[in-house]
Design a protein around this ligand. Structure first.
Ligand SMILES: Cc1cc2nc3c(=O)[nH]c(=O)nc-3n(C[C@H](O)[C@H](O)[C@H](O)COP(=O)(O)O)c2cc1C
Length: 358
């Protein structure tokens, strides 16, 4: 093992190139955290992404690093997604996280206004030379099989999207995830025709993303798009066992969530929101309204015990990896802004986040 890599050096590109569909849990701000990744890996996820992390905060603030990143030894293959707009932040953040992950991903798809105004996310789609530079500089610093990838949306003009992908291909990008919507699109269906066109013109391993709600829809997208992998976000939030073929969340998966969150310290909001999503399709409406309004862990546990006769199995705490980040090259110090901590109720989350995804 070299100094950069403390995790096993899984070759994610090789995984993607193997025959068969590679199943991937999407980056989701607030949600694709360690506890959820542990859950979905039990149900057939081959690769997990962290939520998007602001590279500059990560580099400059120990508090940001503690808040935004935790892992344990089973948490791999793991891709850490960063929002970055300059080379030094992306390279520094990538070098710091490399020992604890299998790759980094550049967010080029977040359409939210704050991100676009700051030059992050989908704003990068119009700056192919910058994206190329960001990726190439990390590639030059960290050797393979560590991956350097990007997650993009389609541009309105498919020729420009193809051009962007071809530029990134030349920059030795490891793979690309395509959320097959433009930044302007919200909940309308994905543009499968343009995804197929992109496939025809790009040799890199591709991951298709958008509207996967079941194993069947994942297999359909895999077959139609001819991409190497498929990624789910909202579908896997409401049913973390989706890739195992369950059509709705099985109770055994809810049980697993109770066990995982008993063994890894979890904030109430995270614990509860995930249950709100998981039970969305299986609890009758009137019970759901009650469940969604619960305010503390003991009332949630009491509800689940009464309703489903399930309770957390006593378990030991999971040992987390003690991450020691090398900050010797980082001199600047800025205040860490926690952009994920607005105070929302589950219904706000369902209403807002799902419509304005990153
Ligand atoms: C709650 C939530 C949080 C998200 N956070 C991120 C993120 O951190 N980074 C990112 O690239 N995309 C993010 N997205 C977008 C998803 O990764 C995905 O591209 C999008 O939801 C389309 O996939 P789906 O149809 O399977 O939901 C988020 C989506 C949701 C619903």
């Amino acid at each position: 093992m070299d100094a950069f890599h403390l995790v096993t050096q899984v070759d994610t590109v090789e995984t993607l190139k193997q025959p068969g569909m590679t199943k991937i849990c999407a980056p989701m701000v607030r949600y694709s955290k360690l506890q959820f990744r542990t859950l979905v890996r039990k149900y057939g996820c081959d690769i997990c992404f962290t939520p998007m992390i602001l590279a500059d905060s990560f580099v400059q603030s120990a508090k940001a690093r503690d808040n935004e990143f935790t892992t344990h030894k089973e948490d791999q293959p793991l891709i850490v997604q960063f929002a970055a707009k300059n080379v030094s932040d992306f390279v520094d953040a990538s070098v710091m996280i490399a020992p604890y992950s299998n790759g980094v991903d550049l967010n080029c798809g977040c359409p939210q206004r704050w991100a676009m105004q700051e030059g992050y996310g989908a704003d990068l789609l119009r700056k192919p030379e910058l994206v190329k530079d960001l990726i190439r500089q990390v590639r030059n610093r960290i050797s393979k099989p560590f991956t350097v990838s990007a997650k993009i949306r389609l541009l309105k003009d498919i020729r420009q999207t193809i051009m962007l992908c071809q530029i990134l291909e030349k920059a030795d990008t490891s793979f690309l995830t395509i959320h097959a919507r433009t930044p302007e699109m919200r909940n309308e269906p994905i543009n499968l025709d343009n995804l197929k066109l992109l496939r025809d013109h790009v040799q890199l391993p591709l991951v298709a993303n958008g509207d996967i709600k079941s194993l069947e829809s994942a297999e359909f997208l895999f077959k139609e798009s001819r991409c190497e992998g498929v990624m789910s976000a909202r579908g896997i939030l409401t049913n973390p066992a989706l890739f195992s073929g369950y059509s709705t969340t099985p109770l055994v998966c809810v049980q697993d969530w109770l066990d995982i969150t008993s063994s890894i310290s979890t904030e109430f909001q995270c614990f509860h929101h995930h249950l709100v999503f998981m039970l969305e399709k299986i609890l009758p409406r009137k019970d759901r309204v009650l469940f969604n309004s619960l305010q503390n862990k003991s009332s949630v546990l009491e509800f689940l015990e009464t309703y489903y006769n399930i309770r957390p199995n006593a378990s030991n705490s999971t040992e987390l990896t003690r991450c020691i980040f090398n900050v010797s090259n980082v001199q600047r110090k800025k205040k860490y802004i926690d952009y994920t901590s607005e105070d929302d109720s589950p219904s706000d989350i369902l209403g807002n986040i799902f419509n304005t995804d990153s």
